[in-house]
Ligand binder design. Structure first.
Ligand code: ZN
Length: 449
């Protein structure tokens, strides 16, 4: 079992290589909320720096964060307790800078995170004036990727801003370096003090691998897989959603609606990531028996099938995200609605799910997404050019920026493409419904009466 576990490490390590999921959560989030009255009709809020919120509410935050730690210890199946020295302590004497640092360390997020005052504008709206834009590095601590579609507009304390834009912008923010290098074997000072232990899977030297255990959740694998590879249970999207939803509720209750919406957006990200079946399943479309068989062969000196499976998993994962992002971005650029915008707005399925709770992301979202994995994989294999999704000698990640999936598919059989578009629309329908259910839950918890 030990050797099998070791072999699985590399399998999962590669599957988790691209941990960014839905390429830009903000674009989809604008559509998911633009018709939800609680968001769309909410009054503009006053922009407030993080330091001001922390200073005003530090006693309440101390109590809340102590409660979060107790919750995590009693509700999460695998949870390395937070070292006592990292607990947040209210102290009116400390500087704003010291308080902010103490807060980020108590949450165990990267202490160099920007938490800038900004929004990412709706791509359907007017192009932002260049003079209002912030450089990428003012918002995100990670390297900017080629062909980036990011545009950040700076805000100032006291500005008025729509809750929709705060919420949609923050939904992408956890991919801006917040969960990078938090492990004992990470190349960072803070990782050694956070108590999370070593990175459970993936390569600790690759920064994007280090965020994967916060943005993926393997809650639905077969028992035999957990027995062989117990480390795959060491994932923390539930911790993050609990932290940010309860902070959001506190901010709403205490008269800081800007931070209410911002923390809600941060929490949304993790729920939305789990609607991507490749983030909720170790190997969508492959049975546990096959997984184990391929690993046994690899251990016996025949690694070819395993190596090929790893490449195909990664290529399908990336192709799906690339296609989805292209559809959403092209629709915005050309001002042409597609089925995706409609299903994102949806609304008719929201009430068919249980009300939001702290375990909703595991019990509702990832369960549904895991179950969709096999059918989705069949559709990807059947509809995308086989060179991209069925050829293990092709590396989609390396070639990605030169690939235009929408253009290639538009020259193919329209019925086939409709099947893929239907599957993407279904996934984004789930993205929208679960996102709105999170907001309903937070607003209820944050209501003052
Ligand atoms: Zn993510």
């Amino acid at each position: 079992m030990k050797r099998f576990a070791l072999a699985l490490i590399s399998l999962i390590g590669f599957a988790a290589g691209d941990a960014l999921a839905w390429s830009n959560h903000t674009f989809a989030a604008y559509r998911a909320f633009e018709k939800m009255p609680e968001v769309a009709n909410a009054a503009p809020v006053t922009v407030e720096p993080l330091e001001a919120f922390l200073k005003a509410q530090e006693a309440a935050i101390e109590t809340l964060l102590a409660g979060q730690e107790a919750w995590a210890q009693s509700h999460l199946e695998v949870y390395p307790p937070r070292p006592a020295t990292l607990a947040f302590k209210a102290s009116a004497m400390q500087t704003d800078e010291a308080r902010r640092l103490a807060f980020l360390k108590a949450l165990r997020v990267a202490p160099n995170s920007k938490f800038a005052l900004y929004i990412q504008p709706d791509p359907w709206g007017p192009r932002p004036d260049h003079a209002t834009m912030l450089p990428f590095v003012a918002v995100d601590t990670l390297p900017e990727q080629p062909n980036s579609t990011y545009r950040f507009v700076g805000l100032k304390a006291g500005d008025m801003v729509s809750p929709l834009s705060v919420l949609a912008s923050a939904a992408d923010e956890p991919d801006y370096g917040l969960d990078i290098n938090l492990w004992a074997d990470s190349p960072s000072d803070w990782g050694k003090t956070y108590g999370f232990g070593a990175l459970p899977f993936g390569n600790p030297a690759l920064y994007f691998s280090t965020q994967a255990p916060f943005h993926m959740g393997f809650y639905n694998e077969d028992r035999v897989i957990y027995m062989a590879a117990p480390f795959i249970k060491k994932t923390f999207p539930l911790l993050r959603t609990h932290q940010y939803t309860s902070l959001a509720a506190l901010a709403f209750r205490t008269g800081h609606p800007y931070w209410g919406w911002r923390f809600t957006g941060l929490a949304l990200h993790y729920v939305q990531d789990l609607t991507q079946p490749y983030h909720a399943s170790l190997s969508p479309g492959n049975s546990s028996v096959k997984l184990i068989g391929i690993n046994l062969l690899a251990m016996a000196g025949f690694p070819r099938m395993k190596d090929e499976m790893i490449v195909l998993l990664s290529n399908r994962h990336l192709a799906l995200e690339k296609y989805q992002n292209q559809l959403i971005y092209n629709a915005a650029q050309s001002r042409q609605e597609t089925a995706i915008e409609k299903t994102l707005r949806g609304g008719d399925k929201d009430a068919s799910y249980p009300a939001w709770s702290d375990l909703y992301a595991r019990d509702v979202v990832s369960r549904q997404s895991y179950a969709l994995g096999a059918r989705l994989t069949d559709i990807l294999v059947d509809t995308l050019p086989s060179g991209y999704v069925s050829d293990p000698s092709f590396d989609f990640g390396v070639k990605e920026s030169g690939i235009d999936l929408v253009a290639e598919l538009s020259q193919q059989d329209a019925t086939k493409r409709a099947k893929l578009d239907g599957a993407v629309a279904e996934l984004l329908g789930n993205f929208g419904a679960h996102s709105r259910n999170v907001v309903r839950g937070v607003l209820k918890a944050g209501a003052t009466k």
